[in-house]
Design a protein around this ligand. Sequence first.
Ligand SMILES: Cc1cc2nc3c(=O)[nH]c(=O)nc-3n(C[C@H](O)[C@H](O)[C@H](O)COP(=O)(O)OP(=O)(O)OC[C@H]3O[C@@H](n4cnc5c(N)ncnc54)[C@H](O)[C@@H]3O)c2cc1C
Length: 385
Amino acid sequence: MTNTGFTLHSRHRHAIVIGAGLAGATTARAMAERGWQVTVFDPQGIASGASGNLAGVVYSTPSPHLTPQNRFYQASYRHALAWLYRHGFPASHSDGQLNGVIQHFVDDKQQQKLTAAMDSGAWPSDVLRPAKGVNAVELVGGGYLRPDRWCHHMLDHPEITLCRYTVASLHEGSPASVQLSNGNQMSADAVIVCAAGASQQLPGLAWLPLKHIRGQVSYCQATETSQQWQQAQCHGGYLTPALGGLHCVGATFTLHDSHPSPTDADDAENLAQLKYYLPDAWQTLGGNAIVIKDRRVAFRCQSLDFVPICGPLPVATDNPHRIATGLYLNVAHGSRGITGTPLCADLLADLITGEPLPVDSQLVDALDPSRFILRKRKKQPEWKP
Ligand SMILES: Cc1cc2nc3c(=O)[nH]c(=O)nc-3n(C[C@H](O)[C@H](O)[C@H](O)COP(=O)(O)OP(=O)(O)OC[C@H]3O[C@@H](n4cnc5c(N)ncnc54)[C@H](O)[C@@H]3O)c2cc1C
């Protein structure tokens, strides 16, 4: 190529991300790392929704069956660990540790499933192995972390700007645009909805097949002995090592309950579950005298088939394959948002920028928002979103 003496600048591309939880923060980061300018809208600031618990477990659900759902759980687990290592997070024990997760067997069925997962070869021993000294398996490389700090870490990038406004509506096009609740508009080359369950409130998105699952975590005061615990433990719920003198004991899982305030009954349920599955830990924390210093309620957003919804937004036409120009979704991370969001962020960013995708076409289809429309159309050919 002849050097003309001119420098060619490609126009700085701009993305709007709606929501500053784990999905929005990782998506914004993935776009910024591809050289895009990113505006993130969230009226509540960073990690105010489900991503704002004191601690979350970095884990997965091993299974011997290589369904698209299980393949997503596995691929996203490795991908999340790669992101965390690349970003040096957690940098100190006050943000968490990636030192393995102990998954206790809650019943024979789960024991058989996890053992079969190890035997299948689909979960090699650098990811899943028998835990030492207990009837459990260890998810190697996983751990626990402060999701709010992980979100802050992701959003701390010179190309990312956070604006505390509510997005009221989306408009497809080149460029696409959003209207804010204060009436202002902003356009961008791509608009990505990462607003979890609240996405359904945006005009045109009420059809999204999302379940809202209430969860309460109890923050229990550490004792001298419990301060020494190093690894997160999962049973029916979970118990994390102390962060700032508090253990996260969780979490309740209630469908059809939109009550936003914590309840004593839910704390009692969390402690009863801990006592049932991990009686020694329950005793070490104080048994019947466990001190609950704080608690928090948030809502998980789950899709009907348990796989996140990530890809171009389909629109209401007779053609189920018609997508809205410039509009994308990254929602429904269920109970594994720490694990699932980095892979979805990279998938979307590569789809938008035309780079090679990080997953195969089976997983792209398994995550594609239009899958629900295609399934529904099979049963009711006239159905439109
Ligand atoms: C009790 C409980 C325990 C959990 N434990 C774990 C765990 O141990 N490990 C794990 O991996 N996952 C866990 N999860 C799941 C995890 O927290 C979620 O999967 C994850 O936080 C989802 O992230 P998100 O960004 O999709 O949603 P959210 O964090 O809810 O973020 C959505 C954001 O969108 C914003 N928003 C909504 N509407 C608009 C709008 N119109 N305009 C602008 N912004 C908007 C909201 O203010 C919010 O900040 C748990 C969840 C709960 C509830």
